[in-house]
Design a protein around this ligand. Structure first.
Ligand code: LRH
Ligand code: MN
Length: 385
């Protein structure tokens, strides 16, 4: 592929960052506060806008409701626009309420199911007010013990609930259905895998597609094959990029297994991914939030650049000739290519720093934010928790 075509494909890659990735976050063991970490939706939007200014690749920020709730949604959309970004996917929260102990739309209690659908209806209205076209739905629904509930009954309630939500969508809006194989359900999860999500999306209709969170699979799962099949079926709606070594660790994408990310992005580069929403979903528990997010964007761009370098003609030849190692070596050649100079040229063409993480660190942004937000040190950040 000629360099101009490569740079055009790379320039077209837009990566949405999550508002919840900019605030203090942790595990059930502890939340370690970070000096200058965003505390309000406006500060989270400010940080997302800074990531966009330094990378030129992140024109939208995903919101989570009610974590990012405000009284005036138009004003919030304007606040984002003034800072050069727009509000992206709206994520309903059907896990952060006492009522959801036994689930939300799969709950055996109809009153809870009605409450869950009401929240989804509010999220559809919010999306319409802020100009968002994506409802990104993850359900924590599941059970912890055999016999706790009827698995078939829960599936039927799941289908009914999604059908009712689907009916609320205006024409231009999409429902992205996110699956996860376990947690917080430790015996069954009602939306556990890509197959269940794909079946339901195909049944719901063309505005429903599957969201692949790269941390939501059993060890050893071939995620790029799931991506290839969903692309082939026109059911791939988007990604929640992150990385993990063990479970849903939500670490920086590409930080543990960059070769896997490359293999996933090769399926994207080789497929028709025009409508795929590339979103990050991470929590930065021990590191700075903003430079971690910028590094994540760079890791995705790196994987995509290498994927675009795959010599697809030679690969097809190797497949035709049954040249097993030959085919593998075509992929290795691209993966082992240093694409930093190419990405440096992309960024200088865009007028953004060639190394955005270095620019953030050398630019004193962290110190400025910590001073402005009054948490100049970890200690003072502790006091504010
Ligand atoms: C669930 C999940 C989901 C979000 C949450 C922040 O594990 O991936 O996408 O709602 O993380
Ligand atoms: Mn996710």
């Amino acid at each position: 592929m000629h360099e101009d075509a490569l740079l055009a494909r790379l320039a077209a890659l837009e990566i949405e960052t999550p508002s919840w990735g900019y605030g203090n976050s942790g595990t059930r063991f502890h939340v370690y506060p970070w000096p200058g970490a965003a505390r309000t939706v406006h500060e989270r939007i400010d940080d997302a806008a800074l990531v966009n200014r330094l990378t030129g690749a992140c024109p939208s920020v995903a919101l989570h409701i009610p974590w990012d709730r405000v009284d005036d949604w138009e004003a919030l959309a304007a606040y984002a626009t003034e800072r050069g970004i727009r509000i992206g996917a709206i994520n309903p929260n059907l896990f952060g309420d006492d009522a959801y102990r036994l689930g939300s739309i799969c709950n055996p209690d109809e009153r809870v199911r009605v409450q869950a659908l009401d929240h989804c209806r509010e999220c559809v209205e919010i999306a319409a007010q802020v100009g968002s076209t994506i409802i990104s739905l993850w359900l924590a629904d599941g059970t912890n013990y055999p016999g706790q509930d009827d698995l078939r009954g829960r599936h039927e309630r799941l289908a009914d609930g999604l059908e009712a939500l689907y009916a609320l969508l205006p024409d231009a809006m999409r429902l992205l259905v996110e699956y996860k194989f376990f947690e917080p359900g430790f015996y069954s999860t009602d939306l556990p895998d890509w197959g269940t999500a794909a079946l339901l999306c195909r049944w719901l209709g063309p505005q429903a597609q599957v969201l692949v969170d790269t941390g939501h699979h059993a060890q050893g799962t071939n995620i790029e094959q799931i991506v290839a099949v969903l692309l082939a079926e026109g059911l791939l709606g988007g990604f929640h990029f992150n990385n993990r070594k063990y479970a849903d660790d939500d670490l920086i994408v590409g930080s543990i297994d960059p070769f896997e990310l490359f293999r996933i992005m090769r399926e994207i580069a080789h497929g028709d991914a025009a409508d795929v929403a590339f979103m990050i979903d991470q929590s930065h528990n021990v590191e700075g939030k903003i430079d971690a997010m910028i590094q994540s964007v760079m890791n995705i761009q790196t994987a995509y650049a290498k994927a675009l370098l795959v010599d697809e003609d030679r690969l097809a030849e190797a497949h035709q000739e049954g040249d097993v190692l030959g085919g593998h070596r075509v992929l290795l050649e691209a993966f082992e290519t240093d694409v930093r100079p190419l990405l440096g040229r992309l960024r200088s063409r865009r007028g953004v720093p060639e190394d955005p993480v270095a620019a953030f660190r050398e630019g004193g942004y962290a110190e400025t934010l910590a001073r402005e937000r009054g948490t100049t040190s970890v200690e003072s950040a502790y006091e504010r928790l």
